[in-house]
Structures are given as structure tokens and as C-alpha cells.
Design a protein around this ligand. Structure first.
Ligand code: IMP
Length: 422
């Protein structure tokens, strides 16, 4: 099978960018299938740091980058990112689905306004317009990338959409005008800039599979932010799990091969919502500082906690994860003891799966297994280079999940990664 899917098994920020970069070596196409510029992927090549939000990470290696129909695209951010990459000498090979939805200026304003109205019940969104854009897509009042290439199409869409947006602006007291001619002028100009990248990407991928090309699907966010299976409503608005590849890139399930689940060696989350293993003590502080746990997209500090295998087990089941990649193991170095959550109790009863209601998630009592900590290690190139305690930690995760460990990452750089050959 010629495709690999990389997905996050936690609340995002698992270090997917680096692992995608690693697997991209063998791929010809690297495809985003969901989300938008709420994502933030950091890739370090030699001393160069690249922070990407919407362009697939693989383009840095000259791979064909695809933004699939399941993504929402802020064309202003996309054109900035394209210019940044071109200025840094990356020769871009980019394809954007004509069916991907466009994040319009009113989506960003409404994202902010809805959060304000939610008050203390706010989701803590990235305020990039992601939720309002996906809402419009499902409500069948969206604008798609292909619409930016035709004045007639764009005007037709806007004439149906703008009257209701104007009413919403009044309700939310947003003091901004929505002028059809101005929007048409600005967005047709952007469409002109993007035109050479826009195509029917699912047709292109179909051809790529027929030609036996290798395709890598790059997930954004993490399973606990999936709109169906995450900690709803404190989730994002897209399908983050591996199944999202089919609808978000327009490929059949029979085209999916290996599914790599990225597991950060501990847990983090940005935004609001319950986090059962959260630590607000010195250990939480250690993880935040040593792990540089501040958002790539919003710079917000990430909440930190022990690794939660109830979460990871849920994610592996939903996506059919075939291999694990553990990231940021080095961040645990220097702790006296390390814990892993191996079960939940809710009102005295042991749970088999991850609860659907956030009220229950907020009440679960994690059951922990404790491990001895370990000291710093230097650039391991195999499992046996790791301290025994770190080896036990990894082997417990593998056995608990019943999925083999393929990659271990012990630092941000490309060469701080080793692969376990099976
Ligand atoms: P939205 O995707 O901007 O609507 O935000 C919804 C929730 O998902 C918020 O809690 C965000 O902080 C979170 N979120 C969105 N994208 C990411 C990501 O790439 N990493 C981690 N959290 C994210």
C-alpha cells in the first residue's frame, strides 16, 4: 500500500511536524486533509526553523504539497506563507483543492464575537475563523477556493451569504461593513495569485495512486479535538481521525496503508476544557518550561500533565493506528518519578472507554502507574542507548496499547530521532 497517515493521538501539538518531515522523505505527495491555519507545525532543518500553519510541512523537502478539500483556507495567510517560503528559497510544489472552503474576514470576526458571547464557557479557539467557516460549509453557504477564480461565481455566492452575515454583525454588535464590491475586488485579486495552484486534488491523488506514487497524509490537531470523538464541545470543527482522510482528501479507505499515531511522552492542551491528568505543580511547570509548551499559532501557554493512555487508547482505536511514534521523551529527563494514567474511575466505577460528556471527563479519577525517573541522555540512536527506566516506560506504552513503536524523538532536530526496525 502506498500511503501513510500521520495523526495526533492527544490534544494536538504532539510534534507531528517533525515526524511528518521524517516520513515525507519517502513520499512524493504530502497532503493536508482537515483543519486550517489553526494548526502550527514546526520543522527544524539544520539551524533553520520553519513554522507552517496551512502549507503541508513536506514542501520544505521539495515534495508535492496538497491542501485537500477538507481543509479551510485563509487565503491571506496562505499567500503570506507562500511568499515566506519562496523568500527562504523553498521551491514550492503546491496544489490546492478547488473544493476547499475559504475563511472569509467575517468568519474571523464572528469567531471572536462568538467566543466573547460564550463568556466563561468559551472554547478558547484560535480565533482564526475555523469554526464559523466549517459551520458555513455544513450549512451550505460557504465560499470555495474555486469560487475565487470567477467573478460570476464569487458574486453569486456573496449575494446569498452577505445579507445574513450583515444581520449577524448587528446581533453581535460588530462594527464593520460588508461591501460586496470590495470583497469581490480583494478576493478575486487573491484568486489570481493562487490560480496556478488550484486544481481537482482528489483526481490528482487518484492518478498518483494509479501510478504507484507514495502519498503521506499529514493530520493537524489531535484526536481529542476531533469534532465527533474529542472532548466536545471543546474541540475543533473538523474530523481529525484517520477516517477524515477519505472525506477530506477524496480518497477511498482502501488507499490507506500505515497509520502512525503520534504520542507525546506526556500530555498537553491549549484552550479550555477538561484535562484529567493536568498537573499544576512543579512537575507541570517542568514539562511546560523544558518542553517549550507555548502554542506555535497563538503563543498561549499549554496546560501540561502526565501521559494519559486512556486518551491514546481511544485515539488508536478510532484511527486504527498501526504504529506509534513517541515524541519529546527527553522532556521527562531529570524527573524523580514519572507517571502514566492507565485507567479512569467515574463515581467509583472503572471505565472501559473515554466518556462522551465533558461533565464526566471533568469528574474522572485517573488511575496511575508509577515509574522511576531517569537522568539526561545524549542523542540515542537506538532503544538500548536509553536509560533502562526510559526503556521500561516505552515498553509499557507499547504493551498497554498492543501497537508497535516505530519512531522515538528525543529533541527538536532532525537527527534527534531514531527508528525501530521490526
Ligand atoms: P479552533 O480550531 O480555532 O476552533 O479551536 C478549537 C480548539 O482547538 C481550541 O481549544 C484550540 O486551542 C484547539 N486547537 C485548534 N488547533 C490546534 C492545534 O493545532 N493544536 C492544539 N490545539 C488546537
Amino acid at each position: 500500500m502506498s500511503s501513510t497517515v500521520v495523526i495526533g493521538t492527544q490534544w494536538g501539538d504532539e510534534g507531528k511536524g517533525k515526524i511528518v518531515d521524517y516520513f515525507a522523505k519517502d513520499a512524493e505527495f504530502v497532503v493536508r486533509f482537515q483543519g486550517g491555519n489553526n494548526a502550527g507545525h514546526t520543522i527544524v532543518v539544520d539551524e533553520e526553523v520553519y513554522k507552517l500553519h496551512i502549507v503541508p510541512s513536506g514542501v520544505i523537502q521539495g515534495k508535492k504539497g496538497v491542501i485537500g478539500n477538507g481543509c479551510v483556507v485563509d487565503p491571506l495567510v496562505l499567500t503570506d506563507e507562500i511568499s515566506m517560503l519562496e523568500d527562504r528559497g523553498v521551491s514550492l510544489n503546491l496544489f490546492i483543492s478547488d473544493r476547499a472552503h475559504v475563511i472569509m474576514p467575517y468568519h474571523k470576526l464572528l469567531d471572536g464575537a462568538e467566543e466573547r458571547v460564550r463568556g466563561s464557557g468559551k472554547i478558547g479557539t484560535t480565533k482564526r475563523g475555523i469554526g464559523p467557516c466549517y459551520s458555513d460549509k455544513i450549512a451550505r453557504r460557504g465560499i470555495r477556493i474555486g469560487d475565487l477564480l470567477s467573478e460570476k461565481q464569487l458574486r453569486n455566492r456573496l449575494q446569498r451569504i452577505l445579507p445574513s452575515k450583515k444581520e449577524l454583525f448587528t446581533v453581535f454588535q460588530i462594527d464593520e461593513s460588508l461591501n460586496e464590491d470590495e470583497i469581490v475586488k480583494e478576493y478575486l485579486a487573491i484568486g489570481k495569485k493562487l490560480k496556478s495552484y488550484v486544481t481537482d486534488t482528489s483526481l490528482m491523488l487518484h492518478q498518483a495512486f494509479n501510478d504507484q506514487k507514495r502519498v503521506l497524509f499529514e493530520g493537524a490537531q489531535g484526536t481529542m479535538l476531533d469534532v465527533d470523538f474529542g472532548t466536545y464541545p471543546f474541540t475543533t470543527s473538523s474530523h481529525v481521525i484517520a477516517g477524515g482522510v477519505c472525506s477530506g482528501a477524496g480518497v477511498g479507505p482502501n488507499k490507506i496503508g500505515a497509520i502512525i499515531g503520534i504520542v507525546k511522552a506526556y500530555t498537553t492542551r491549549v484552550g479550555e476544557g477538561p484535562l484529567p491528568t493536568e498537573l499544576s505543580d512543579d512537575v507541570g511547570h517542568h514539562l511546560q518550561e523544558k518542553g517549550h509548551e507555548f502554542g506555535t499559532t497563538t503563543s498561549r501557554p499549554r496546560r501540561c500533565g502526565w501521559l494519559d493512555l486512556m486518551v491514546v487508547k481511544h485515539a488508536c482505536m478510532l484511527s486504527g493506528v498501526t504504529h506509534l511514534a513517541i515524541t519529546k521523551l527527553d522532556v521527562l529527563n531529570g524527573l524523580d518519578k514519572v507517571k502514566i494514567c492507565i485507567g479512569y474511575k467515574l463515581r467509583g466505577k472503572k471505565l472501559d472507554g473515554f466518556p462522551a460528556a465533558i461533565e464526566d471527563v471533568g469528574e474522572v479519577e485517573p488511575v496511575y502507574k508509577e515509574f522511576k525517573g531517569w537522568n539526561d541522555f545524549k542523542r540515542p540512536s537506538s532503544l538500548s542507548d536509553l536509560p533502562m527506566q526510559a526503556q521500561s516506560y516505552l515498553s509499557f506504552i507499547e504493551t498497554f496499547l498492543g501497537i508497535s513503536l516505530k519512531v522515538v524523538s528525543t529533541g527538536p532536530k532532525r537527527d534527534e530521532t531514531f527508528v525501530i526496525e521490526s
